[in-house]
Design a protein around this ligand. Structure first.
Ligand code: ADP
Ligand code: MG
Length: 247
């Protein structure tokens, strides 16, 4: 099982959009068995898959941190483990635990190893205990970024954290940086060129194009492949997943 953490310490860079569309493309187009873990207390991916319960005092992702068996919900050809704000409470409790804190997700995934080809983990824009658990369970990290003045600061900070975590998880590697919400402007082309020349990690060839359909698709709760397969965002997500799988 390939376990991929989608992460950036910045919010609004397309982590959830990437997790949702990558997971559904791997399942529907590439016929892979996919588990998506919503590991963000905001529960955006859970909302998308209609398995968000804002009132519930626990959630699948919280149960993983508590060494309990999470519910698995089947949606749109993939299995989903949901999150809500209770994940934050479980996270705080774990943080003050005297027991080992970083191996909960890793142990859970080890127990279901043969059941999936891919596990995609959508993360919050912060290094919570749940994020550290994801990085200790994952073997690959994909870092979505948008091109703005501060995009690169985020990567450096994250890279430092990941390098520290490699002491706990030596399988962990950064698969690559993914340009999301991309618009071809002269400024962006310069920024992209600079990034490709200076980033010490692989930058995927494919840029995920900005498209209004990507925003609309979230209202209809449909993956882009279903909502608007010919939109620039859908086309580039297909291309990206192919590029990822071929590497
Ligand atoms: N390719 C895209 N084109 C247009 N809007 C996008 C695209 N990707 C993401 N968005 C929008 O940007 C916002 C942030 O994306 P999201 O995936 O929620 O980021 P994150 O999970 O990193 O906070 C959302 O409103 C989302 O619909
Ligand atoms: Mg998100």
């Amino acid at each position: 099982m390939e376990t991929i953490a989608i992460i950036n310490l910045k919010g609004g860079v397309g982590k959830t959009t990437t997790a949702i569309n990558m997971a559904t493309l791997l399942a529907l187009k590439h016929k892979k068995r996919v588990l998506l873990i919503d590991n963000d207390p905001q529960g955006n991916a859970s909302q998308f898959f209609n398995c968000y319960d804002g009132e519930a005092d626990t959630c699948g992702a919280a149960k993983i941190l508590q060494r309990e068996k999470p519910e698995i919900i089947s949606k749109k050809g993939i299995d989903v483990i949901s999150a809500n704000i209770s994940l934050l409470k479980a996270d705080n409790t774990l943080r003050t635990s005297t027991e080992r804190q970083d191996d909960r997700m890793k142990n859970y995934l080890a127990s279901i190893l043969g059941e999936y080809d891919y596990c995609i983990i959508d993360n919050p824009p912060a290094l919570l205990m749940c994020t550290i658990n994801a990085l200790c369970a994952a073997n690959e990290v994909i870092v979505p970024i948008t091109l703005d003045n501060w995009a690169l600061d985020g990567i450096e900070m994250l890279a430092t954290q990941i390098e520290e975590l490699q002491a706990l998880n030596n399988r962990l590697k950064i698969a690559g940086v993914l340009l999301t919400n991309y618009r071809k402007t002269p400024e962006n082309e310069v920024a992209e060129k600079w990034l490709r020349a200076h980033c010490r990690y692989r930058v995927f060839e494919t840029q995920i194009r900005r498209s209004d359909k990507a925003i609309a698709a979230t209202y209809y709760k449909q993956p882009l492949e279903e909502y608007s397969p010919r939109s620039a965002a859908a086309v580039t997500y297909r291309k990206f997943v192919k590029e990822y799988m071929e590497s």
